[in-house]
Design a protein around this ligand. Structure first.
Ligand code: URA
Length: 470
């Protein structure tokens, strides 16, 4: 088999076989060709080069992937590394509730209750998207264990991993036993995705990011589901974003992506639900890592009401509880709400921070602050018509809150606080938003913000937050 022939076949719009797709993925990850070097060492050789994978990806952008091709690509990437066995987690509830078993030692998993469904959540990526940080403690406090692996942000979208890393001392890299034992003790742990989870996706995604081959439904579905399947959960709630700040700009495209991902889950004997949510406007008021954690804590502590993130996180949590078998959807909605309003979710979040080494400082985490806080004032009066999530996300990135390239260093205190949301009235000279930065490109952030915020005389029709579910 030769990569050249497979690329030609895709270029000619002919369906590839499972073996051909496996050859490409394994060859690119360096797993399918062993060679003996002059020093008699056995090395594995990357049989598929960057330029060949890039050519395959571009041919895919033009000719698409069939349902079978997407499935084979997902499975080849999911099995390119470790596939986690989360069975030690499936009895966690009895351990939390039974005080005799609170201190489980490493690998002492045998006392667990009968299997239960382990549910995971995934978002296709957004701006100000701090929902995992609300959903995970809400679900855990309602009695369903959450063992979550999250990724870092790239470009204008943020990543849960970077947000958690802004908590002083918080460890996002735990070994598997530490991870399991924290979930067994407190019902919740969020860590970074290990390099052994779907390494082929990691490598291919980095190439897609530099070759304008990200926004293809088949490639996105395979990328997301390969990681989800390798992470070992039984069921998934997929938050599929639609709008200016999302990969999927239209509801129709988002629906196709959602259906594709659900089918992949079902082909693997797993359950999945997709919720289509609006990503035209950034979520909440804060964009940037520590700024978002502060907002999450204020909502969990019930010090502040932030409508959009509360509505979305409660709906996603309810769907997770539903997939975990905690009752019908209405009852799961009530359980999620109780978990938030009783502050049990807040306590759960703090317990996770403590268990993962974060410095709680008596509940007042010391995040530090950016040196410069610069306000942007409105040049006119009227109603905010739109706040373009991609433009504001990119503005936050140039202030230091995100990475333009994978190796860029993040400034955890940098970002943007919105003073206004879509539909709010603003007077001339009133603050629209505040930049927080130490070393960012203020001029570019300002240019992007003016491009992103539209003000008009009419009160706009409010954005529908939840566009549907599948
Ligand atoms: N998120 C992913 O994990 N992969 C994609 O391809 C797009 C978004």
């Amino acid at each position: 088999m030769r990569a050249y022939d497979i690329i030609m076949k895709k270029r000619n719009n002919t369906e590839l076989t499972k073996e051909e797709i496996q050859f490409l993925v394994n060859g690119y990850t360096g797993a399918n060709k062993l060679e003996i070097t002059q020093e008699s060492r056995l090395v594995s050789k990357q049989a598929v080069k960057d330029e060949q994978m890039a050519a395959f990806l571009m041919a895919t952008m033009f000719n698409g992937l069939s349902k079978d091709e997407i499935y084979h690509l997902t499975m080849a990437m999911a099995h390119s590394g470790e596939v986690l066995d989360l069975s030690p987690l499936r009895g966690v509830l009895s351990n939390i509730e039974n005080s005799d078993q609170k201190n489980l030692g490493e690998k002492n998993y045998e006392n667990l209750a009968p299997p239960q469904t382990v549910v995971d959540k995934h978002s296709t990526g957004g701006v100000g998207d701090k929902l995992t940080l609300l959903v995970a403690p809400i679900v855990a406090a309602a009695g369903v264990p959450v063992a979550k692996m999250s990724g870092a942000g790239l470009g204008h979208t943020g990543g849960t991993l970077d947000k958690l890393s802004s908590i002083p001392g918080f460890k996002t890299e735990l070994n598997f036993d530490e991870f399991i034992n924290i979930v067994n003790k407190i019902g919740l742990s969020i860590i970074g995705q290990t390099k052994d989870i779907a390494p082929a996706d990691k490598k291919i995604y980095a190439l897609r990011d530099t070759t304008a081959t990200v926004d293809n439904i088949g490639l996105i579905a395979a990328s997301i589901m390969s990681k989800k399947l390798a992470s070992g959960a039984d069921a998934f709630v997929l938050d599929v974003k639609v709008g200016s700040g999302a990969f999927m700009k239209s509801e129709e495209e988002a629906k196709k992506l959602a259906i594709t991902m659900i089918e992949i889950a079902e082909q693997n004997g797993k359950k999945a639900k997709a919720i289509l949510t609006n990503m035209d406007e950034p979520l909440g008021f804060s964009i940037g890592n520590s700024l978002e954690i502060i907002e999450v804590l204020e909502v969990l502590e019930r010090k502040k009401e932030v409508k959009d993130i509360e509505i979305l996180s409660l709906e996603l949590s309810a769907n997770m509880l539903f997939l975990a078998g905690k009752g019908d959807l209405e009852s799961c909605r009530a359980q999620a709400l109780e978990s938030l309003t009783s502050k049990k979710a807040y306590k759960k979040f703090l317990a996770m921070v403590e268990a993962q080494g974060g410095s709680l400082n008596g509940g007042k985490i010391n995040f530090g602050e950016a040196k410069n806080k610069i306000e942007l004032h409105s040049k006119e009066e009227g109603y905010i018509q739109s706040i373009n999530a991609e433009k504001i996300g990119t503005a936050a990135m140039v202030l230091g809150a995100g990475r333009a390239a994978k190796e860029d260093k993040i400034d955890y205190t940098a970002g943007i606080i919105l003073n206004k949301k879509v539909g709010d009235y603003v007077s001339k000279g009133e603050t629209l938003l505040t930049f927080h930065t130490n070393r960012g490109d203020l001029e570019e952030a300002e240019r992007l913000s003016w491009l992103g915020i539209k003000i008009g005389t009419e009160s706009p029709i409010s954005n529908q937050l939840i566009l549907g579910s599948l």
